[in-house]
Structures are given as C-alpha cells and as structure tokens.
Ligand binder design. Structure first.
Ligand SMILES: [Zn+2]
Ligand SMILES: [Zn+2]
Length: 69
C-alpha cells in the first residue's frame, strides 16, 4: 500500500519517540517509506523481483527515529 505522506505519530499511544524530532529514522532516512523487493512469479513461471513501496515499519511511517521500537 503506497504511502504519500508522513504520519504525525506512530500507533503507540503516548510514544516518546514521536515527541522528538531531532533524529530521522535510520532505516528510511526520514521518508517514512521503504522500498523492499518482493519475489514474484510471472506467467511463464519465472521468478523475478518487483519493487514495492511500503510504510517504514521501524518508525511507523513517521520518518522519526524509533529505535528500539
Ligand atoms: Zn512513535
Ligand atoms: Zn523509518
């Protein structure tokens, strides 16, 4: 599922990482998105790789550092 904008907060209530803005997420570089590759088999049975766009799981799509989550 594509993500167009950064989320204001992750899904953790009262998350203290969301209250600070000094550190960008080290996994997505502050974009809140990451682009992993997924294996996919085409009609001929050949397995290829496709790029998908996902919300960064490490920061909950906020683009802020959340380690340890
Ligand atoms: Zn948070
Ligand atoms: Zn991130």
């Amino acid at each position: 599922m594509p993500v167009e904008t950064l989320r204001a907060r992750c899904e953790v209530d009262g998350c203290e990482w969301c209250d600070r803005s000094d550190l960008p997420c080290r996994y997505c570089g502050g974009t809140g998105q990451w682009r992993p590759e997924r294996p996919r088999r085409d009609a001929a049975g050949v397995i290829g790789w496709i790029r998908v766009l996902e919300q960064c799981r490490m920061c909950g799509g906020t683009g802020r550092e959340h380690n340890p989550l």
